[in-house]
Ligand binder design. Structure first.
Ligand SMILES: Nc1ncnc2c1ncn2[C@@H]1O[C@H](COP(=O)(O)OP(=O)(O)OP(=O)(O)O)[C@@H](O)[C@H]1O
Ligand SMILES: [Mg+2]
Length: 377
């Protein structure tokens, strides 16, 4: 195989790789070593009122957030919401204008480049476009953080082999990235991010370039690593399906602000912010368009209720017990973190609507009156 010469330099704690073709890729990889050991009661990350403006753009506008040891926290938001800025503030590549960022209990906002190095060793990172070094073999890519740290070759190779086994790529150790599929490249990226035994794995849209089946396998691998190694993961994404699949908690970011956060199932069961509802639209039942377009604000005919239920209420006999007539227009029950979560659309004659609403609310349902339709709609 023809080898291309590759130079790499460490810049601001990240490897910026320059291939011989002149293409530059950001390849932030962690290196071994460590700062104070984590104690169980310390959040791995805690942000308080973090602000970062670019001119008049508030990329982060007072973000307060914590990532608990051993959890997978999903941060979801639209393009431009501030997700990558948040991640860059965490590994010191971006400095906030104000606010506090604690990593493993240590304030990092005032640290200089030299002081940031031990912090970066505690953080592994994976990317949408993998950022592997094309002229290095798979095992050399995985071992790279240890090479930068000056670890002996035998130790580097041993660790690379262990990690390749963990990510299911032992047979590709001597292969070059160009011969791998997208999913395999991301597995190498994950192995490399783990080389230095980080306390925190940051994932910035790591499955966005992958097909749905490969995405599922990468998410399953991340969950497996989280469970086997107890690794804390902060997952940035714009896809609710990613959050639904593996996150324990979710924080929704919009225009630089955290607008909602909580356990994934509870945010799915009772999304409060409009942005959350909109991000959930692809995976929650929606009122069918032909009914939505006949909705009127005039209270006549049937009231159309959007009903959110969770837990036992979502699986019980609630509909059979409703005190009055209704039509089930649309809906479904999902299971998120082993919790039943239902979204139903009911049409209830206006005269009996209040009784039905009170009955449901008394049983922890959240009701939205979406409008009114003719009784035969
Ligand atoms: N270096 C910069 N200079 C100027 N503006 C910036 C810079 N970095 C980010 N921004 C702006 O800050 C806002 C947040 O950007 P950021 O990259 O954090 O968004 P994001 O949520 O990661 O988006 P995406 O999903 O598209 O990756 C955007 O409006 C962006 O244009
Ligand atoms: Mg981004």
């Amino acid at each position: 195989m023809k080898m291309r010469r590759t130079a790499f330099v460490v810049e601001a704690g990240a490897i910026v790789c320059t291939c011989s073709k002149g293409k530059q890729m950001n390849s932030h990889v962690s290196v071994p070593g460590g700062i104070a050991a984590v104690t169980a009661d310390i959040d791995v990350v805690r942000l308080e009122n973090v602000k970062r403006h670019f001119g008049t753009t508030p990329a982060l506008d007072g973000v307060s957030l914590s990532v608990r040891k051993g959890e997978i926290l999903g941060i979801i938001g639209r393009s431009g919401a501030g997700k990558s800025t948040l991640i860059r503030c965490l590994n010191g590549l971006e400095r906030p204008d104000s606010g506090s960022i604690l990593v493993e209990g240590r304030q990092i906002t005032g640290l200089d480049e030299r002081e940031l190095q031990p912090l970066r060793r505690r953080i592994g990172m994976i990317f949408q476009h993998f950022n592997l070094l094309s002229a290095k073999t798979v095992e050399e890519n995985v071992a790279l953080p240890l090479k930068i740290e000056g670890r002996p070759r035998t130790e580097r190779l041993k660790r690379a082999r262990e990690l390749l086994e963990l990510v299911g790529l032992s047979d590709k150790a001597k292969a070059y990235p160009s011969s791998l599929s997208g999913g395999q490249k991301q597995r190498v990226g994950i192995a490399r991010a783990l080389a230095a035994r980080p306390a925190l794995l940051l994932s910035d849209e790591a499955t966005s370039a992958l097909d749905p089946e490969t995405t599922r396998s990468i998410l399953a691998l991340l969950k497996d690593i989280n469970e086997k190694l107890g690794l804390t993961i902060l997952l940035i994404t714009h896809e609710m399906e990613v959050v639904r699949t593996i996150a324990d908690r979710v924080a929704v970011i919009d225009a630089g602000r955290i607008v909602e956060q909580g356990p994934v199932w509870s945010v799915f069961a009772d999304p409060k912010a409009e942005i959350t509802k909109s991000l959930l639209a692809g995976i929650r039942p929606q009122l069918p368009a032909h009914i939505a377009k006949t909705l009127s604000a005039e209270p006549a005919g049937d009231a159309v209720l959007g009903v959110d239920l969770a837990g036992a209420a979502a699986q019980g006999t609630l509909l059979a017990e409703l005190p009055g007539a209704f039509r089930l227009l649309h809906g479904g029950v999902d299971h998120v973190q082993n919790q039943a979560v239902a979204r139903l659309y009911l049409a209830v004659p206006v005269a009996g609507a209040q009784t039905v609403i009170q009955f449901l609310e008394a049983r922890t349902a959240r009701i939205e009156v979406l409008g009114y339709v003719a009784s035969n709609a």
